[in-house]
Design a protein. Structure first.
Length: 218
């Protein structure tokens, strides 16, 4: 079973988008993974590692934990690829595994009281580096709320403080730009619940940013 190392600079590589691999390419990759082709595993990691690491880091908030967990995501994908029924996109399935592992790890860290996160300002700086371009929707676009590093820190801090179930939906929608349908498949939530959580997360995010800035936005 191959193991891939996640270099500290992985987040600075060229961004991956869902369109980076075609459905045909994904199908071929899945076929090779089912046959336990280690080169296919390497190709899988190369194609998806940046977004998986970024997603996990935003959910967990601890870079060391995120690096280990991102590694575990691909281990689980490799182990479970034979159970993938191809009823959804490969990227959606990978995200589902990542989100579930994040939930389990977060619960463990809370119980053990070992979640020693970086200072929020440091998380914000790292989070800003993960995505030079971040869109948080037309209803509450924090990237338009203010300019400069101060605004970036405020936004990242606010995201980190959101309730986890709200944060995951917000990140999947407004950072990863996934459809409501895909988010429902990833989280196992009805589409109506997904929309409700995103709406509430945006409202909470807007309120936190306004309070931090000391002024109304827009």
């Amino acid at each position: 079973m191959p193991r891939q190392a996640f270099a500290p600079g992985v987040a600075d590589r060229a961004p991956w988008t869902p369109a980076a691999m075609s459905d045909d390419a994904d199908a071929g990759l899945i076929d090779r993974l089912v046959l336990r082709d280690e080169r296919a595993f390497t190709a899988l990691v190369k194609a998806y590692e940046r977004r998986v690491f970024a997603l996990v880091l935003r959910m967990i908030g601890n870079p060391a934990e995120a690096e280990d967990l991102a590694q575990e995501v691909f281990v689980q994908v490799f182990k479970a690829i034979g159970t993938f029924r191809r009823e959804s996109k490969l990227s959606t399935w990978i995200y589902r595994i990542a989100i579930n592992l994040c939930k389990n790890r977060s619960k463990y860290l809370r119980v053990r009281h070992t979640a020693e996160q970086e200072p929020l300002d440091a998380q914000a700086e790292r989070g800003a580096a993960l995505d030079a371009k971040v869109s948080y929707s037309e209803i509450a676009r924090p990237d338009d709320m203010a300019s400069g590093k101060q605004a970036e820190r405020i936004v990242q801090r606010a995201i980190a403080e959101l309730e986890p179930s709200f944060r995951e939906c917000l990140i999947l929608r407004d950072v990863e730009d996934l459809s409501y349908e895909d988010i429902g498949e990833i989280t196992g939530l009805p589409e109506g619940t997904v929309k409700s959580r995103i709406h509430r997360a945006r409202a909470q995010l807007r309120d936190m940013v306004e309070r931090a800035l000391g002024e109304k936005i827009g």
